[in-house]
Ligand binder design. Structure first.
Ligand code: F3S
Length: 388
């Protein structure tokens, strides 16, 4: 793999042991995947931030590192809202360990936004090279923005943040971004909610696995719908990039050759069948973290109502800070809007046995990660279930 003179210096250990180890990791990754060079990145998003997932060994490893990120970088959601963990019922023991993880990342120059939606905080543009970890963020960056990132593991993204580059293979290259299967949606999707797009992603991910789908017949009115679609496909399949005819940027700009591709048809009934009715004991929305528009919608639906069940809303701290009046309006109902964490990575959700969500990704992850059954519904359904 080609390395420039500064990389060679780093590799020789002249700029510190941590930088040396981080570059060794990137070079090893590049060799495995056949990268010919490293490519400079605009930003990194680092997973492995929740103490629930990395535990004491992960924390011990982080504590041995000594270097600073050289590009803007954020963390994936952690196990608790940093400023309000008592309110969420997090134990002191967990909070102490989680704060130690966050402090270790801070020492490495990683920004303390803990979110799966870094694209709401920092402009990310078509063609940008990134090193992002979280699968829904990767899907959104590749598909909705047209930026380029592989699905990095936590250490790979951290190494990229510290070196400012990532191995150039996979989704960084044009030849690995072409559609591999056509998904024909035979449904009138014009009035579909974000939850319906999430349910479509949940269903489609199982059908396409890790291939790059090209959707036809899908009318998406807002990127929030695509966010829900991609997040779910990344959860039930391993889809890191998809295209939607006439909608996503590469589907519009690049004249893809679709001849000879397998065609999978998805019909309305298959999606509606996922919207099962069952009693739940909590509602959790914001998977992926809510956009400002989603927060406004929740505030509108909750106006003048009180929640009778716990109702959690998750969003990035930066989004909450810029939309404080909307957040206050939501919390007036008794619902809680938390930053930094989510229903999957927080240990608090484990106390519930049935969780209502409006996300196809949460529908997929809740059973294993929270040991609870999950029900998907529209945001209107979620509000109704929590307030009636
Ligand atoms: Fe984000 Fe947590 Fe969902 S990390 S995509 S809110 S599972």
């Amino acid at each position: 793999m080609y390395l420039d003179p500064e990389d060679e210096q780093v590799l020789a250990g002249e700029l510190g042991e941590t930088r040396q180890k981080m570059l060794e990791l990137l070079v090893a990754l590049g060799k495995v995947f056949g990268a010919e060079k490293l490519v400079p990145i605009r930003s990194a998003q680092v997973s492995g931030a929740s103490y629930k997932t990395i535990g004491e060994y992960g924390l011990a490893w982080l504590s041995t590192l000594d270097a600073k990120a050289v590009v803007p970088a954020v963390l994936n959601p952690i196990g608790m809202p940093r400023g309000r963990w008592q309110e969420m019922g997090i134990s002191e023991d967990f909070a102490r360990n989680q704060n130690a993880v966050v402090a270790a990342y801070e020492r490495l120059g990683i920004g303390l936004e803990c979110t799966c939606t870094p694209y709401y905080l920092r402009e990310t543009s078509y063609g940008d090279h990134l090193a992002w970890s979280e699968s829904s963020a990767v899907s959104y960056a590749n598909s909705v923005i047209g930026a380029r990132t592989n699905r990095e593991g936590g250490p790979g993204a951290l190494a990229a943040a510290i070196i400012g580059k990532t191995p150039c293979y996979g989704f960084h290259l044009d030849e690995h971004r072409k559609p591999q299967v056509i998904v024909r949606v035979q449904a009138d999707t014009r009035d579909w909610s974000i939850a319906h797009f999430g349910a479509l992603g949940y269903h489609t991910g199982k059908l396409v696995g890790n291939r790059i789908p090209f959707f036809s017949g899908l009318e998406a009115a807002h990127p929030d719908q695509l966010k829900g679609l991609g997040a779910a496909m990344a959860a039930t399949g391993a889809v890191a990039l998809y295209h939607v005819e006439g909608v996503t940027p590469e589907a519009v700009k690049v004249p893809f050759d679709l001849s000879g591709l397998e065609v999978i048809t998805v019909e309305t009934d298959e999606i509606e069948a996922l919207f099962r009715h069952m009693p739940v004991d909590v509602v959790a929305v914001g998977c992926p973290h809510c956009s400002p528009r989603e927060l406004e919608e929740i505030a509108r639906l909750l106006k003048g109502k009180l929640v009778l069940k716990p109702f959690y809303v998750f969003a990035a701290q930066g989004v909450i800070g810029k939309n404080q009046r909307t957040v206050d309006a939501i919390e007036k109902s008794g619902a809680r809007v938390f930053a930094d964490t989510c229903m999957v990575v927080s240990p608090v959700m484990e106390q519930y046995s049935a969780i209502m969500v409006n996300s196809g990704k949460a529908l997929a992850y809740v059973p294993d990660m929270c040991a609870a059954v999950a029900r998907i519904g529209t945001i209107e359904d979620c509000v109704k279930v929590a307030t009636e």
